[in-house]
Design a protein around this ligand. Structure first.
Ligand code: HEC
Length: 225
């Protein structure tokens, strides 16, 4: 017997002894139980439930002003976004995007974002890249105030908090079409006296017509063939 075979034998014997000592299985699990995961605690759920909605719902207590935000921004944000939000290298600029109607529109917070509250949501969740979640609510409020001020949307003495942010009027607030007017289907929904499913005949199918790009195989140009 080689030494490795002896080792395997010893491990198998140990496993057998451990197995024999294991407690009897508890009550059978319901169907669909796979033994993965645990029920999250309220604290765990709170850690994920950080979304701030456009109307300000979800904004935490706290506040921050433009000067504090400017100081913090230079330390943790300017290396990528530039001292005045002009963007360093290929990192996004956060201010002075110009007109959206130009030939090469440059969407930024000031000319594009419809809600100031989203700044809190995004920075709190994702910045500073690539190690977010290390700013306090007061710090997030302060850089939000600074970025809004860079975009000439709020005055120098603006204080961002859960009351003031939802009231900020963003220049492009009404530049979005929130309801897609296109119908999902051109058929009218039948609510009464509808055709029986067994009477419905399929007269045409998309199958084999190369209408959708394939997800495997060579690249499909989506052109009719
Ligand atoms: C290491 C580089 C880096 C640092 C530091 C950084 N960011 Fe960013 N930031 C990015 C990148 C990259 C994106 C684009 C992310 C994306 O589109 O998903 C971005 C996007 C943003 C946006 C959205 C821009 C838009 O119009 O879509 C804001 C606002 C922002 N950052 C704020 C901040 C603030 C405030 C800080 C400091 C607390 C910060 N960032 C620090 C790299 C950085």
């Amino acid at each position: 017997m080689s030494s490795s075979a002896r080792w395997i034998g010893a491990i198998a014997a140990a496993a057998f002894v451990l197995g024999a000592a294991a407690p009897a299985p508890s009550a059978p699990h319901p169907p669909g139980y796979f033994g993965y995961g645990t029920t999250p605690t309220p604290a765990q759920i709170a850690g994920w439930a950080i979304t701030v909605r456009p109307d300000g719902q979800g904004l935490p207590p706290g506040h921050g002003d433009v000067t504090e935000g400017g100081n913090l921004f230079q330390v943790v944000c300017a290396s990528c976004h530039g001292t005045f939000g002009e963007g360093a290298g290929r990192y996004p600029k956060l201010a002075n995007g110009g007109k959206l109607t130009g030939a090469r529109p440059d969407p930024t917070v000031g000319n594009y974002w419809p809600y100031a509250t989203t700044l809190y949501d995004f920075i709190n969740a994702a910045m500073p890249f690539p190690t977010p979640h290390r700013l306090t609510p007061d710090q997030v409020y302060s850089v939000v105030a600074y970025i809004l001020n860079l975009n000439n949307i709020v005055p120098d003495n603006f204080v961002a908090d859960r009351e003031s942010l939802p009231k900020v009027k963003m220049p492009n607030r009404h530049g979005f079409i929130w309801k897609d007017p296109r119908p999902d289907t051109h058929d009218t929904a039948c609510m009464t006296n509808c055709r029986k499913p067994e009477d419905v005949k399929i007269v045409s199918s998309a199958e084999g017509k190369h209408l959708t790009p394939r997800t495997t195989g060579s690249l499909d140009t989506s052109l009719p063939q």
